[in-house]
Ligand binder design. Structure first.
Ligand code: IYT
Ligand code: CU
Ligand code: CU
Length: 304
């Protein structure tokens, strides 16, 4: 029984010298409330450079609401599991998100020849699985270098303030892209309760091209991009979160609790291994007036 957590753990399964899989399981947690989050850390099984090429959420996930897999060097604990209720409770250093699974959303597959680089000279020596209610996960890795490296581009707002009662507040994020070509293949949106719709775009020569648009009230998994595009040096990446202040009596700001808000647009991409940058982020507002050109769809709520 793959879900029998009383069995000794066998995190590393070597199928051949170059491929391996890592099993991460939550040791017999019985959540007391549906809002509990538990974390477990598992060391990256090699100090060599390795590539995560596939994620396999285990079958018995019907009790889990969502789970996120991070990579970092300093998890809050390396023994057993811990309560990681606040979103910052995963790693003491910077956590890097690699995978998200959500109930009722299809799983994300990495494209062929694409892998997340771990071990070696990356800053990733531990995997941390954060589980919102539930039980198991595993993934496969390999030691042979992959032609493409997967990466994450995180767009986040730091300073949004949502006035109480106001029906529409936009959080706008934009940055000029100044790196080697990257190819977005999945995106994820994240807000708390007040988010209505989150959209992300590439702007090139004044033209806005949709990367993805989703309601953050639907399962916050990675969804396939709307358009298969490249992002090149000089392009602008832009994202907008639309919030409502209805139902609140005071100002809502960015923060880690469910009474605060967040505005995140994640782009999962691949890049040529030769000059790959695995993590990038954007917290700026973009040039003034930029968002006058945003397509009208960005303000259209998505039915949930
Ligand atoms: C303030 C905020 O927006 N926090 C987000 C984005 C974030 C993600 C990671 C910030 C940092 C990170 O290392 I990974 I610093 C936030 O906490 N988002 C949550 C998860 O942490 C991923 C989410 O569900 O998107
Ligand atoms: Cu959840
Ligand atoms: Cu959040």
């Amino acid at each position: 029984d793959p879900n029998d957590c009383t069995q000794p753990r066998q995190p590393l399964i070597m199928s051949n010298p170059f491929n391996f899989s890592v099993d991460i399981r939550m040791p017999g947690v019985l959540p007391t409330s549906s809002d509990s989050y538990y974390c477990v850390a598992v060391p990256v099984p090699t100090s060599r450079e390795a590539y995560i090429v596939d994620f396999v959420p285990h079958a018995s996930m019907d009790t889990a609401h969502h789970m996120l897999l991070y990579g970092c060097r300093a998890p809050y604990s390396t023994k057993g599991f811990w309560d990681c209720g606040t979103e910052q409770g995963t790693c003491q250093d910077e956590a890097k998100i690699m995978y998200a699974w959500a109930r009722n959303a299809p799983p994300t597959n990495l494209p062929k020849d694409v892998g997340f680089k771990v071990g070696g000279d990356t800053q990733i020596t531990y995997f941390v699985l954060q589980l919102h209610y539930g039980d198991v996960n595993s993934f496969r890795g390999m030691l042979s270098p992959q032609p493409y490296v997967a990466g994450m581009y995180l767009m986040m707002s730091l300073d949004t303030v949502i006035p109480p009662g106001k029906t529409v507040t936009n959080a706008d994020i934009a940055c000029t892209y100044l790196s080697y070509p990257m190819y977005p293949f999945a995106f994820r949106t994240h807000t708390h309760r007040l988010g209505k719709v989150v959209s992300g775009y590439r702007i090139r020569n004044g033209q806005w091209m949709l990367i993805g648009r989703q309601s953050p009230q639907l399962p916050q998994a990675f969804y396939p991009v709307s358009n298969a595009i490249d992002v090149r040096y000089g392009d602008t990446l832009a994202a907008r979160c639309v919030f409502t202040g209805e139902g609140r009596t005071g100002k809502t700001r960015i923060g880690g609790t469910s009474n605060d808000e967040m505005c995140n647009f994640y782009i999962m991409y691949y890049m040529d291994n030769k000059h790959a940058v695995p993590y990038m982020d954007c917290m700026d507002h973009g040039t003034s007036g930029l968002f006058r050109g945003i397509p009208a769809e960005a303000s259209v709520p998505i039915p949930v």
